[in-house]
Design a protein. Sequence first.
Length: 171
Amino acid sequence: MPIAWMISSNATEPTIDFFLATIRVQNPKVIPKQIMSDFDKGQLNRIEAQYPKSQQLLCWWHVPHAWQQHFVTAHYPELWETLKKWYRITDEAEFNLCWKKIQSLAPDSFIEYINKYWLPDPVKKLWLGIYRINRSIFELGDTNMLVEAYIVSCQYLPLPYLISYLVGIIY
């Protein structure tokens, strides 16, 4: 169950740290079990610093979105369809078989990218479905896009109304 969202035009580590420290000071007894973000190193670093006991997860919308920036999906439709299923796999053997298929379909540069940035153990645990099994209904959220979609839908609202509404959501 979300406790806060950060919406900012400045995603530097000091800004993220300020946001997390503010939440921490105002809610010292609240230690989130899980924190979801995109694959932003600054966010991951600051979350680890402020909430070292919280499990970090990567948003399942942002994962394939990051991948598709590294090849032309129209040129590799079978690869793209395979990738859209790959991160949700909850069986390790099936995951490994799927990875072999991806390697047979993908350009070498994409395979190198995945190996370097997505498959090291600490990173793999942030996004892979194998690490998201046996979760309660409150932990089943797999994306942080709901609030982002809401913000986009509110872009034409007067700023004071939007700010007061968002403060109501956060607190």
